[in-house]
Design a protein around this ligand. Structure first.
Ligand SMILES: *[C@@H]1O[C@H](CO)[C@@H](O)[C@H](O)[C@H]1NC(C)=O
Ligand SMILES: *[C@@H]1O[C@H](CO)[C@@H](O)[C@H](O)[C@H]1NC(C)=O
Ligand SMILES: *[C@@H]1O[C@H](CO)[C@@H](O)[C@H](O)[C@H]1NC(C)=O
Length: 358
């Protein structure tokens, strides 16, 4: 039994090592095969060795890196579902001040996120280095459309992909009020687009008109809006109707494509700290009752995966709440560490999906 398991482990390690290498020339929009250096591979190898039960090789391929292991994820992994449901289980702690300074966070107590080690090793979750992230996204087009939360996610992505000086240089352009932004990592053929789209109707239009007519669709598409609707329209049911249109447009964008459809993510609403909001109108309209009603619509309108929709939810609400009030100055926009967590959850989901599409 032990030696059978060890043999299977060797086979698994070879599959994991050589299959992606053979296919590494295809970028994310083709067959999504990634070749990882460093951390991911190491955690994978550890996961295989600790495994009390080894699935057959085809099963391993189908579920990618996620073999049953100790900890919370094992039931899900052995029942053939992936580790995606565990991606948001991050914990928060106070960072050492040196780390906080390195993250570019201001004064006060900086917070830092991590996956619990048992979960990280059972599921192979890892914070990607600059090299791994650019390998993952090699040749890909990433489009992020939405409001200021979406912009902060783009900033986190640029901070990961570019060297610190280049990321700092990109910031003023990215933060030019109410405008689009484009960045590239030429060495890796990566392009990143931010599209200013504060209302859901802007997103629907982007999907139905701009992207439908484009010669190519993004490999990764991240959308999210709701704060502007809450402030200016303040009606959850109408927000829900608008989300249903976005979901419909996203589904119709997917169906006729000859190429694999984009990986789609929905950026959820942040936790709002009402007394910290910086205008009377915001404090009046953006209260806890409204936020719950808006969140409910996100879950109920055929938008997100759990509800039959095309988007994997990036649960910004949970992450902002986890980081806490000390991570926000205006009750709405949070420190970079939150969007770094959002980004890594997304990238790890891409790793999982990429393996599943082999
Ligand atoms: C990265 O993508 C380029 C084309 O965009 C390709 O030529 C190159 O082989 C890719 N590199 C890896 C490591 O996949
Ligand atoms: C977004 O939609 C609103 C309302 O439909 C419209 O007034 C605005 O011009 C649109 N903005 C962009 C950037 O398309
Ligand atoms: C929350 O905001 C809505 C919209 O402005 C308002 O109708 C409602 O009374 C507020 N609820 C609370 C508990 O403040």
């Amino acid at each position: 039994m032990v030696s059978a398991a060890a043999q299977a482990g060797v086979v698994a390690a070879c599959v994991v090592l050589f299959v992606p290498m053979g296919l590494a020339g295809w970028h994310l929009s083709r067959n999504k095969v990634l070749f990882f250096s460093g951390a991911l591979f190491v955690s994978l190898a550890v996961g295989v060795h600790l495994s009390p039960y080894l699935p057959s090789v085809p099963h391993l391929l189908a579920t990618s890196f996620f073999v049953p292991g100790p900890g919370a994820a094992s039931a899900a992994a052995s029942s053939g579902t992936s580790c995606v449901p565990f991606l948001h289980r991050v914990s928060w702690s106070d960072a050492a001040s040196a780390g906080a300074a390195a993250n570019g966070l201001g004064g006060g107590t900086a917070r830092t996120w991590s996956w619990p080690p048992s979960l990280a090793s059972a599921c192979g979750f890892a914070r990607l280095s600059r090299d791994d992230a650019s390998l993952l996204l090699n040749g890909s087009w990433v489009m992020v459309a939405g409001d200021s939360q979406a912009r902060l996610l783009v900033l986190a992505l640029l901070r990961l992909l570019l060297d610190p000086a280049a990321a700092a240089a990109a910031e003023p352009e990215l933060f030019r009020r109410h405008s689009d932004y484009r960045a590239a990592v030429p060495a890796r053929g990566i392009s990143v687009d931010f599209v200013w789209a504060p209302f859901e109707s802007n997103l629907t239009r982007l999907l139905r008109e701009d992207l439908r007519l484009a010669p190519r669709v993004p490999d990764v598409l991240v959308l999210g809006s709701g704060l502007w609707h809450m402030l200016h329209v303040t009606d959850a049911a109408s927000y829900g109707d608008a989300l249903a249109s976005v979901a419909g447009a996203a589904k119709s964008l997917r169906s006729p494509l000859p190429v694999p459809p984009p990986h789609m993510f929905w950026l959820g609403l942040p936790h709002l700290v009402n007394h910290m909001l910086n205008t009377d109108a915001k404090r009046a309209h953006m209260n806890g009752t409204m936020l719950r009603a808006y969140d409910h619509e996100v879950d109920q309108r055929g938008l997100v995966r759990g509800d039959g929709g095309p988007f994997l939810l990036l649960d910004v609400g949970k992450l902002t709440q986890g980081c806490g009030q000390q991570c926000t100055a205006d009750g709405m926009h949070y420190d970079g560490e939150v969007y770094d967590a959002v980004l890594h959850i997304m990238l790890n989901a891409l790793v999982i999906e990429s393996q599943q599409r082999i």
